[in-house]
Write a protein that binds this ligand. Structure first.
Ligand SMILES: NC(=O)c1ccc[n+]([C@@H]2O[C@H](COP(=O)([O-])OP(=O)(O)OC[C@H]3O[C@@H](n4cnc5c(N)ncnc54)[C@H](O)[C@@H]3O)[C@@H](O)[C@H]2O)c1
Length: 307
């Protein structure tokens, strides 16, 4: 059975969606809506003239891939349609403030629409591999004691203001990636922002967690709009480390009794490699990995400290 989806926003990540969805024969892009696109751009998929036209054509879900600061308004306009979408898939994070996040979830609930957040790194192949290693070997290595998680993106010179307006801060933009990855390994309990230099674009935070055996540990999170590095290191009580490189789509278990590693290779770009399994799981398998209460918890941890 073919699923039909619509896409709102065809910027950097909207193009990644088109490429990733091209790897899923069971999904058809019924339309794209982006008033910012020049008229002569050739998309290879239908262009919708309005949100209503897109929602009518895309029966299995609408993907919102506009700048984070616009998610609440775009979702509100969709949910006010005479026939609102049944399923809304929204780029991470849901919004830059808790007010935006709660507004989206409340409006969706009233309209009977299922909202899912697209935490692409949490579905990435290296994370899926790491989750398997953690489940098999974590207890033998004494459980998780500490985690370090660093996400940085290089913001081109002169683009800082545009990024702040569209994506808020490196913390809002990338901290949600760190939290959604951590959620795959441990139960997150608390978060404190330790230090930040908003003008330089970096943030440091600490999150308390509980591992599968109920033991407490601490995760150190950092984000920056400089460099281009995305890593998670999970340290077991034995001293062994599970090292995930989200930029290279690789993983290594080092210092354990049995060493193992993972590499996807470079046949597809990193973001496409991250998005294909996420879209397959949500759209083709119909599986919901993050519950609505997970979404609330992750966004409260992310945004609670900067409210
Ligand atoms: N760029 C990345 O590497 C990346 C990675 C993962 C997630 N994301 C997330 O994807 C989302 C989009 O980011 P991006 O980098 O693609 O942004 P972008 O600025 O490159 O593109 C945004 C597009 O949305 C369109 N748009 C803006 N307002 C709109 C509206 N009201 N209705 C329809 N279209 C509208 C713009 O014309 C533009 O084409 C953000 O939430 C971001 O956090 C981005």
């Amino acid at each position: 059975m073919t699923r039909t989806v619509g896409l709102i926003g065809l910027g950097e990540i909207g193009l990644t969606y088109l490429e990733a969805l091209g790897h899923l024969p069971a999904v058809r892009v019924a339309g794209v809506f982006d008033p910012g696109l020049a008229d002569d751009v050739i998309l290879g998929v239908p262009r919708s003239a309005s949100l209503a036209e897109l929602a009518a054509a895309a029966g299995d879900g609408i993907i919102v891939a506009t700048p984070t600061a616009t998610h609440a308004e775009v979702c509100r306009d969709l949910l006010r349609l005479r026939r609102p979408p049944r399923v809304l898939l929204v780029e991470k994070p849901l919004g830059p403030t808790l007010r935006d996040v709660e507004g989206i979830l409340t409006n969706a609930g009233l309209a009977g629409c299922d909202v899912q957040v697209l935490y692409h790194v949490a579905y990435a192949p290296e994370v899926a591999w790491g989750v398997g290693v953690h489940a098999a070997l974590g207890p033998l290595e004494g459980g998780v004691a500490e985690i370090d998680c660093h996400f940085s993106d290089l913001v081109p010179a002169g683009e800082e203001e545009r990024f702040r307006k569209a994506f808020s801060s490196s913390w809002v933009d990338l901290g949600i990636n760190a939290l959604s990855v951590l959620k795959r390994f441990v139960r997150l309990e608390s978060l404190e922002l330790d230090d930040a230099d908003e003008s330089a674009g970096w943030y440091r935070a600490r999150s308390g967690f509980v591992d599968a055996a109920g033991a407490a540990g601490v995760a150190r999170l950092s984000t920056a709009w400089s460099g281009d590095d995305k890593r998670t290191t999970i340290r077991f009580r034995s001293g062994a480390e599970l090292r995930l490189d989200h930029q290279r789509v690789t993983g290594d278990l080092v210092g354990a009794t049995s060493a193992t590693s993972f590499a996807l290779g470079d046949a597809v770009p990193r973001l496409v490699a991250h998005y294909v399994p996420m879209l397959s799981e949500i759209l083709v398998e119909g599986h919901r990995r993050f519950s609505p209460s997970d979404d609330v918890t992750l966004h409260r941890l992310l945004l609670g400290g900067i409210a």
